[in-house]
Design a protein around this ligand. Structure first.
Ligand code: AMP
Length: 520
């Protein structure tokens, strides 16, 4: 019987899991090197494409043919990686190559074909980033059953055996590239309902590596008089050394980083206290995000039963101390930070394929978002929320400027549908240029335009009421309708064209181009 997987497509590492029929519990699939995680690093080596440990260790020797941290560029239409022979790859292509390696290893381990997968995304991923993740799966030849938020997947893997009704659980997920905080309430029926979520898609261990690198290059210059920052190869090497120094500092009080660049050598000593000082900016940002999510959930620390730590960077003692101080409780390390997300996704993938169909009104059908093809219905054990507000651009009479008017605020359980009422500005106004936004600020400088449409209006006096309805369906697909409230008729619909993403034809084209790539 073919298998479905849960795949944690991480910034720095990826992992895959499946539902073990023998135990009825999800299980991590070791890769072909016997490891439970595979570095999300791709190396182009002549005709060969290498993913994982070997690619990561070669990143120093051949930095121009190695791609890392591509997750940070998902949904960015301007990103492309050009290898030595001039071939270019979009972020979706690179992610597809990583997925191909993970799936090939799983097929070898399971001795079975993998047909579909649930892929995890940071809760804070935007609509375009979710869609790009789905497209990556499709380019890899996978049937993407759904994308699920990483903290929700982690909570599922915890909740399968341990969550008790009435508990509020915080999932504190700090990985290599992203930070997510999610508060989940366990309902009487055991269903996990996300109450609030927030985060920063560009905050994680990578930023601590950068802070340490800056310090070490300054010290190197002080000791040798040489600025090494233009030496790309030496900087790549330094990145690896700083990451491993950071990891050592989670156990040890002091490490020494040996640097050699431009024919000079130096040794830089770093204490844990100094490292924590260097990363103070990163830690401050995490503190602020936790505050915002607690406010959004209208909770105090005493309302939380548990804080589950997830993500490799949660191993840093400073993070654990921060959580202890801020939330006044001992954070729980009972989840394996590298595996919990893939395990929860595998559980969900199995439910989607083998679960029972819910009643049509079942709100939990909305639990996943992101525009994946609709999977087989299942008794989905959670409800999620949107992590960004959705709105439209309007003219504000008071400020005499255009502002963002939020129609579906963030943290609204999905599927969601909300309506706001506006007025026309001129007599016999013939049309409105409706622009849909994603973001939580009224200032247009802080939101993203995700689509627009010109809607024809019926002639009425200025100030006539018009209603705009925005909807977010179970797959995260956004739709909108405009109503004339004088004649009580629908006058137009909004089709969101995601300029940041590939269309179906492009996805198919990239899938065909990538079919020849079988990474090892
Ligand atoms: P993830 O994205 O969850 O795979 O987390 C990867 C990040 O966790 C990378 O930035 C790693 O350097 C970091 N990491 C892994 N183990 C440790 C550790 N023991 N101490 C500090 N950071 C770690």
């Amino acid at each position: 019987m073919a298998k479905v997987l849960g795949i944690d497509l991480g910034t720095t590492f990826s992992a895959a899991a499946y539902m073990d029929p023998q135990t009825g519990m999800p299980k991590i699939i070791p890769n072909s090197e016997g490891k439970t995680t595979t570095p999300s690093v791709v190396m182009f080596d002549g005709d060969d494409v290498v993913v994982g440990e070997q690619a990561k260790s070669n990143s120093m020797l051949d930095p121009y043919n190695v791609v890392q941290f591509v997750k940070r560029n998902m949904g960015n239409p301007d990103y492309s990686f050009e290898r030595d022979n001039g071939e270019t790859y979009k972020a979706e292509d690179i992610s597809a190559i990583i997925l191909k390696r993970v799936v090939a290893d799983a097929e070898a381990y399971l001795d079975d074909k993998v047909t579909g997968a649930v892929i995890t995304v940071p809760a804070y991923f935007s609509d375009a980033q979710r869609k790009a993740t789905i497209n990556a799966g499709q380019i890899a030849g996978l049937n993407v059953l759904a994308v699920i938020n990483e903290p929700t997947a982690a909570a599922l893997s915890f909740g399968m055996s341990k969550a008790a009704a009435g508990q509020n659980i915080m999932v504190y997920d700090i990985g290599g590239g992203t930070f997510d905080v999610t508060i989940i309430h366990v309902a009487e029926d055991g269903k996990m309902n996300v109450v609030a979520t927030g985060g920063d898609r560009n905050l994680g261990g990578f930023d601590c590596d950068n802070a340490l690198m800056n310090y070490v290059t300054d010290q190197f210059e002080e000791q040798t008089g040489v600025d090494m920052t233009d030496d790309d190869e030496a900087m790549q090497e330094l990145r690896e050394k700083c990451e491993s120094a950071k990891i050592s500092l989670s156990q040890r009080e002091k490490v020494t980083v040996s640097v050699s660049a431009c024919g000079k050598k130096a040794k830089v000593e770093v204490t844990r206290a100094k490292f924590e000082d260097l990363c103070a900016g990163v830690f401050d940002k995490t503190r602020t995000i936790v505050e915002i999510v607690m406010d959004d959930a209208q909770m105090r620390p005493s309302d939380l039963s548990k804080v589950l730590l997830v993500g490799g960077s949660s191993r840093m003692p400073a993070i654990r101390n921060l959580v202890r101080q801020q939330l006044q409780m001992e954070p729980s390390c009972e989840l394996n930070p590298d595996e919990a997300v893939a395990l929860g996704a595998a559980y969900y993938a199995d439910l989607l394929c083998n679960g029972q169909a819910p009643a049509e009104s079942e709100p939990a059908r909305a639990a996943f978002s992101g525009g994946a093809p609709r999977a087989a219905a299942a008794n989905i054990p959670f409800t999620d929320v949107n992590s960004h507000g959705l709105g439209v651009v309007i003219w504000d009479e008071d400020s005499q400027s255009e502002i963002n008017s939020i129609i579906i605020p963030k943290n609204t359980p999905i599927p969601a549908q909300e309506t706001n009422q506006y007025s026309t500005m001129q007599d016999n106004q013939r049309c409105i240029d409706l622009r849909v936004t994603e973001g939580d600020d009224t200032d247009l400088g802080y939101v993203t335009m995700i689509g627009n449409a010109e809607i024809q209006l019926r002639p009425h006096p200025a100030g006539s009421p018009v209603a705009v309805t925005l909807g977010l369906d179970a797959n995260g697909v956004i739709c909108g309708e405009v109503y004339d409230l004088i004649d009580n008729v629908k006058v137009g619909e909004i089709q969101i064209r995601r300029q940041a993403n590939m269309d179906d034809g492009e996805v198919e084209q990239h899938r065909r181009n990538m079919a020849k790539i079988n990474p090892v």
